[in-house]
Write a protein that binds this ligand. Structure first.
Ligand SMILES: *[C@@H]1O[C@H](CO)[C@@H](O)[C@H](O)[C@H]1NC(C)=O
Ligand SMILES: *[C@@H]1O[C@H](CO)[C@@H](O)[C@H](O)[C@H]1NC(C)=O
Length: 280
């Protein structure tokens, strides 16, 4: 067996371990083939319904010959600014990414493609708890041509959503923890779960670093399951009444009845976001 095969095999193994653990919810951890697909329990949507959604495409530094591949979702704050998850960009540089807006597809060159010029990750990502402060801001150039139809900015929430409120999540992630591939943008509607209940749900999960902090937000059909974000949806939007409330972050596998999906809490993280946007 040649050494490149060995590297592939190892990469695949790492991928399988990452998938079975279900953490975090990003795709293509190292550019090998994690099964692609979509949100769990969702419905086909159109980018015009979620025009703030972008596909963050990535390629490895050591594989410049490869195409940029879908890795995560993100949300448009304005023509030059994207909100995504810290775990989508940690350990990368800006030139490894393209942002694709206004497309229904996870692959191909449909839509508007722009470059990432600068990445700002939350300095306290993972501090105090696993996946704490899982947020990052990307600055893109050239600016996105907002047409308010298929490419549109979304307002950031400043108050947390009420428990039970139905939110909409969208993305090109897998349809189950090891789901089959689909190229089309999907969405699913999931109710907000209080942090208190969510923390109880995760009490027996992982070690004590897996806690639900104030910088997180949970959503899911508690006791029912079947509707959730999954691998490849990371960094993407959780929206309530036209405001961005959550950024897809992590979970125990996907769509389990007793483990809601966990999101970065935009309202709670606003002071950090606002400081970055103000160039501080
Ligand atoms: C889109 O909306 C923004 C903000 O309301 C506005 O400034 C811009 O002119 C609109 N663009 C188009 C193409 O309608
Ligand atoms: C977009 O947001 C960034 C960060 O707040 C800001 O610097 C820039 O001026 C904004 N662009 C427009 C066109 O408002």
């Amino acid at each position: 067996m040649s050494s490149s095969w060995l590297v592939c095999l190892l990469a695949l193994l790492v991928g399988v371990v990452a998938l079975t653990q279900g953490l975090p919810l990003l795709e293509d951890l190292d550019e090998k083939s994690v099964p692609g697909g979509r949100i769990v329990g969702g419905y086909v949507t159109d980018i015009a319904q979620v025009p703030y959604q972008i596909s963050l495409r990535y390629k490895g530094i050591t594989t410049p010959e490869n195409p940029y591949r879908h890795r995560c979702g993100g949300s448009i704050f304005n023509e030059t600014t994207i909100v995504t998850a810290a775990h989508c960009i940690i350990g990368t540089v800006a030139s490894q990414f393209k942002v694709v807006a206004g497309s229904n597809w996870r692959t191909g060159s449909d839509g508007v493609i722009t470059n990432v010029k600068q990445i700002v990750m939350h300095e306290e990502y993972f501090s105090g708890a696993a996946y704490n402060n899982d947020i990052a801001i990307l600055f893109v150039d050239p600016p996105l041509p907002l047409n308010n139809f298929t490419i549109k900015a979304i307002k950031l929430a400043s108050e947390p959503p009420l428990e039970g409120t139905v939110s909409k999540i969208s993305g090109w992630g897998t349809t189950s923890s090891a789901g089959s591939a689909s190229n089309q943008l999907l969405a699913v509607d999931v109710p907000i779960v209080s942090n208190e209940l969510c923390d109880q749900d995760y009490e027996d999960f992982g070690d004590e670093t897996y806690r639900i902090t104030s910088a997180m937000l949970c959503a899911g059909k508690r006791g029912v399951g079947g509707a959730d974000a999954c691998q490849g949806d990371s960094g993407g939007p959780l929206v309530v009444r036209d405001e961005l409330h959550g950024v897809v972050s992590w979970g125990n596998k996907c769509a389990l009845p007793n483990y809601p999906g966990v999101y970065a809490n935009v309202a709670y993280l606003r002071p950090w976001i606002d400081a970055v946007l103000a160039g501080l």
